[in-house]
Design a protein. Structure first.
Lengths: 208, 208
DNA sequence: ACATGTGAACTGCTTCACAGCG
DNA sequence: CGCTGTGAAGCAGTTCACATGT
């Protein structure tokens, strides 16, 4: 399969979230132009994005919402359940564990780890917090697909080493650190400092 | 000033964080090649990024770490203090309020808002949680520079309306909703669902 | 000799514009 | 006629390669 740009995949996710809203409204067709408006892009961009995966629309009509959202879920791999383990039982981990949207989209929080003895064993949304020392062993039997790194920056590198050795191929990193991983492991980083600094830059350098 | 790509600004933030690590180590010069390694890019990219703002290096030597980090702070607008208000006193708001790194970089949490009567008045890292109904009024006297939207998706649009009317020109959005704002308002969005779906896509479509 | 700074070449994402089809 | 699907054109960001300065 052809290589797909990250920006394209992000837009596909967006399109899907709009379609899901519309599904609830019982509207059942949508044009590339409407999708473009919702997502702040152009109709040509929408059609190009979708055309990378097939021809899902009807000329003169637009796209069937149930059909297109099904296709997008398929493309994005949201038809299977993904087993996620969260490493780091701080506020960010908590926010993730509590967020209902994940379960809806097939992301199952399968385990939560921390290294703080005070937290171990405490229940968290029906999960007991486990000792991160057991992660490697647990991963063998529980087959985590995705690991979320929500530790302080000092521990991130070490945790990632364990994650990689456990054979997990996808990491969502909330620690403000650059991770080094083999090329078959995919990392997405969310770095709040970088976002805030981007805003700072925009405020400082915008035309007056 | 020439338009700068968002990707460039993100890299500048990264470079700065590496320089700050090195500053602590009392090393005082660094080459574009080293910076590139730390940030997973190329030396040409580093030099091109920096050259957009001036010539900060010495040929044959590299960049002075204190000088370059100073320049980067200046470029990114991190020399002044930015007043941030957080709207939504949930877990994400809490994670932000607690994160020490922000204060260090000049982002001052000036206020925290919520609409839940049960939360109002409670203290949070030395901030009393205020009623979001007062946001518009408070903004007049307290001059918030940046607003963080950390509310549930249903309330995001309404909150953003108030933020924009209050004259705040920069928004960091954690709600999984597309925001509509005038073109003089900068928005950065952090959407965990999109990141996870990106990982799902990568796991589904990677070469086998 | 070494590492920067930068025009030129390149790559790849986005936009255009229109043929194709319902 | 309307809206999709898609080559071709355009443009922006990245990489190359070398002249330049120390």
């Amino acid at each position: 399969m052809k290589r797909i740009a990250e920006s394209t995949v992000r837009r596909l996710s967006l399109y899907l979230s709009f379609l899901e809203q519309r599904e609830r409204d019982r509207v059942n067709t949508i044009s590339s132009d409407e999708l473009a408006h919702l997502g702040g892009t152009t109709s040509a961009q929408v059609r190009k994005d979708l055309s990378l995966f097939g021809s899902f629309g009807k000329r003169g009509l637009g796209y069937s919402i149930p059909e297109l959202s099904g296709k997008l879920r398929e493309i994005l791999g949201l038809e299977k359940q993904w087993r996620v383990c969260i490493v780091g039982a701080g506020k960010i981990g908590a926010a993730l564990a509590r967020y209902r949207g994940f379960a809806e989209r097939g992301f199952v929080i399968a385990a939560v780890y921390d290294s703080d003895p005070a937290k171990l064993g405490k229940k968290w949304e029906s999960q007991a917090i486990r000792d991160v020392a057991n992660l490697a062993k647990d991963a063998l039997s529980e087959r985590f697909d995705i690991a979320v790194v929500a530790t302080p920056p000092e521990s991130a590198a070490e945790v990632v080493k364990v994650i990689v050795e456990a054979g997990i191929k996808a990491i969502l990193n909330f620690a403000p650190t650059q991770l080094t991983v083999p090329s078959d492991v995919t990392v997405r980083a969310v770095n709040m400092a970088i976002e805030l600094e981007g805003l700072s830059f925009a405020l400082t350098n915008r035309a007056r």
